[in-house]
Design a protein around this ligand. Structure first.
Ligand code: UD1
Ligand code: UDP
Length: 367
């Protein structure tokens, strides 16, 4: 039996990998090993996803934790090299664009082990984003590039990636949305009570891009944006990423946010709760990658607080508006979304809940 080693490390990996692991196991054709690098380690950034996504506990845990880019990447590489030497898989499967993805791709490539990349081909064309570098490297060394949207096909072709390595399979993150949405929806009444929100009448916010939160002036402008939203937004619910929490405290902004009575800063929530909160939000304001896709799948208006996106299909066909730091537009569009007035939208091709099955079939035929 051929052996596949799946790697997860950070929050956005779990919901992309879980359906693929399940589909590959179901095929009965492969032996599977799950490795967690430990890039994210707080219970609400890691453990909760294993429960919510019915994922088996990892077979191997590298425990790398936080650090500078070089430290974190190097730690994963050192531990991954040892592990791949012991496990000798026929294929290593990585997802997305985090440092664990980059480090694993480098080690697999140098170890002569075949590599598959879930969510291949996305490009923001902004090399100041660490994720862009991670994506380029992972794709360059992948033997199987599993693409989520048409722009990915174009980008890979442009970079000279051989056509026979590229497979347009759809979006495994949306497989998870489809599978868990009914469970998530059952939770909303409790969440509504807990957070004092009413369906479609609140804004859901996430922020964690270094360019937005690591600079005091930039983060202060967001705090000001939430103050300006107070006038017309019944509630702003903001599950705060640990990077952002640290910066709010470090920059002395936490007291100011506490004075905003509309704004609720809460700890990161689990997958099912966040899905329910996205589904029922009047509008989502975010700089996340994956949330742009989930809101498009759910039909919830999304305002992306970035100058670029590596997921253009969410703007072209979905519910996403790329507004960057034009906060006058952000305020205007937030108001419009809360009134129920948004552009018409569609769910992109192959975001149908079956992407993981397509991946499993390709591996059965070609690995
Ligand atoms: C990482 C990914 C980013 C992704 C994000 C999703 C890279 C380069 N970045 O960014 O692409 O969008 O995850 O959430 O891989 N921390 C904790 N507890 C944790 C994890 C992190 O407190 O469980 C804090 C630490 O102070 C750490 C900081 O958050 O230094 C940043 O963590 P890190 O994994 O380096 O990057 P993210 O900002 O989480
Ligand atoms: N998410 C979650 N709880 C939260 C915030 C986000 O479960 O409090 C989920 C979200 O539904 C999506 C994923 O985390 O599936 C996105 O991860 P994140 O925004 O951290 O990373 P990015 O997509 O920007 O790399």
């Amino acid at each position: 039996m051929k052996r596949i080693l799946f790697v997860v490390g950070a929050r956005p990996n779990f919901m992309k990998v879980a359906p693929v692991l399940e589909a590959v196991k179901k095929s009965g054709k492969f032996e599977c090993t799950l490795v967690h690098t430990g890039q994210h380690y707080d219970a609400n950034m890691s453990d909760v996803f294993f429960r919510d996504l019915d994922m088996p506990q990892p077979d191997r845990f590298l425990g790398v934790g936080s650090g500078s880019h070089a430290e974190q990447t190097a730690k994963v590489m050192i531990e991954m090299e040892k592990l791949l030497g012991e496990e000798k898989p026929d294929l290593v499967m990585v997802a997305g664009d985090v440092n664990s993805t980059l480090a694993t791709a480098l080690v697999a490539a140098k170890g002569g082990i075949r590599l598959a990349h879930i969510e291949s081909g996305l490009r923001s064309f902004d090399r100041n984003m660490p994720e862009e570098i991670n994506r380029i490297v992972a794709d360059e060394f992948s033997d199987f590039c599993f693409v989520t949207e048409p722009s990915g096909l174009k980008n890979l072709e442009h970079e000279g990636i051989e056509n026979k390595k590229v497979f347009f399979v759809g979006n495994t993150m949306i497989d998870s949305v489809q599978k868990y949405l009914p469970n998530a929806r059952e939770r909303f009444p409790q969440l509504a009570k807990k957070y004092n929100i009413e369906g479609k009448k609140y804004a859901l916010v996430t922020l964690h891009r270094p360019s937005n939160v690591d600079d005091m002036a930039s983060l202060s402008r967001f705090v000001e944006l939430f103050e300006r939203m107070e006038a017309f937004t019944p509630r702003i619910l903001f599950p705060v990423h640990p990077r952002t929490r640290k910066r709010l405290e470090e920059f002395g902004l936490a007291e100011r946010t506490a004075q905003n009575t509309t704004l609720a800063l809460i700890d990161p929530v689990g997958y099912l709760d966040f899905l329910a909160l996205q589904d029922q939000a009047g509008v989502v304001l975010t700089d996340s990658g994956g949330i742009q896709e989930e809101t498009t799948a759910l039909g919830t208006p999304c305002i992306t607080l970035r100058e670029n996106t590596e997921r253009p299909v969410t703007v072209e066909q979905g519910t996403n508006e790329l507004l960057g730091l034009n906060f006058d537009r952000v305020l205007e569009d937030t108001r419009r979304a809360l009134r129920g007035n948004w552009k018409s939208h569609a769910v992109p091709d192959l975001w149908d809940g079956h992407a993981a099955q397509r991946i499993a079939k390709i591996l059965e035929e070609r690995l």
